[in-house]
Design a protein around this ligand. Structure first.
Ligand code: ZN
Length: 305
């Protein structure tokens, strides 16, 4: 090996990163790739605005995390099943310069060899900006195929016509940014939306299922193939939600219902033993759920690829 001191032409394409920020696994015949859109730093109180601040601080301390801020992972999933390539959620996008550690999805997809034109379907768990923003990045719409189908619960689109923020607890500026982004998303992509009421099979073994709670049209994606199963839970489960499933996340529009959805889902996943992936669980977030007394326990999956 020699040390090359000559100059090289500027390399095109995305910058090379220290870590690839993607994680591949198989669910039977279905290929799954978890891609990180980056992280989003928010006040610690967002983890549970109905929690005793001392208990919340103790939880953060037990997790070796600082007391006042929490880095939320932003996990997006690409699924190949049959002849479909499905993008589940799209990350934050680049609209918000204050949130500059997020919005990495597009160049990370490219680095993973995933051409946006190969995506046949997008499934959106809901219309918060950290889930639809990637579709609004300059130039992205032009790279997507004109016959792209975007699957989304009808109740979600309806909700954002006149969204209720009376029960949330978000940092200042967020409600306006969320409203604006949702409005822009519907305007840009209306003709490509394929709305479902309760459930829709996007591809063999890939079913999107409305749960409500976090938002009225919030949905999860269930993968099943050859006896293997995995659920992408979107924002139904957060890192703190195993130990404190009853804590209200600051972004939940109907917190009581969101907590019911979370408990029901965690109980079911603990019973079936299937894998769980969720947007804001620490990357790559692939895990299982165990019952621990009255609550649950997060069991990270062992890497075996
Ligand atoms: Zn989210």
């Amino acid at each position: 090996m020699s040390l090359d001191m000559t100059s090289h032409p500027v390399r095109s394409g995305p910058p090379e990163e220290l870590v690839p920020s993607r994680y591949a696994l198989k669910v039977g015949d279905i290929d799954v790739l978890v891609v990180s859109d980056g992280v989003l730093t928010l006040p610690g109180a967002m983890l549970g605005h109905n929690a005793d601040p001392a208990v919340r601080a103790a939880w953060l301390d037990d997790m070796f995390l600082p007391p006042d801020a929490f880095d939320w992972a932003l996990n997006v999933v690409v699924v190949h099943s049959g002849d479909r390539t499905i993008l589940i959620d799209a990350g934050m996008g680049t609209e918000f310069p204050d949130l500059k550690r997020s919005g990495q999805l597009i160049h990370r997809l490219e680095a993973a060899g995933i051409d946006l034109a190969s995506v046949t379907d997008v499934v959106l768990t809901h219309m918060h900006m950290d889930h639809v923003g990637g579709l609004l990045v300059d130039g992205v719409k032009d790279l997507l195929r004109p016959d792209l189908r975007i699957h989304l619960a009808a109740a979600e689109v309806k909700f954002w016509e006149s969204p209720d923020f009376s029960r949330v607890s978000m940092p200042p500026g967020f409600p306006d940014a969320l409203r604006k982004t949702a409005k822009r998303f519907v305007k840009e992509y209306r003709s490509q939306l394929r709305l479902f009421e309760e459930e829709y099979e996007v591809a063999p073994g890939v079913v999107v299922h409305r749960t409500g709670g976090h938002t009225p049209g919030h949905s999860v994606v269930r993968l099943a193939s050859g006896g293997a199963r995995l659920t992408f839970a979107g924002d139904a489960v957060f890192a703190v939600g195993f130990e404190h499933p009853e804590w209200y996340n600051g972004f939940e529009h109907d917190p009581e219902e969101a907590a019911r959805v979370r408990v029901r889902l965690l109980r079911e996943l603990a019973a079936t033993g299937e894998a769980l992936v969720a947007t804001h669980l620490s990357f790559p977030s692939v895990c299982h759920v165990a019952v621990a007394g009255d609550v649950f326990r997060w069991v990270p999956a062992f890497w075996d690829y």
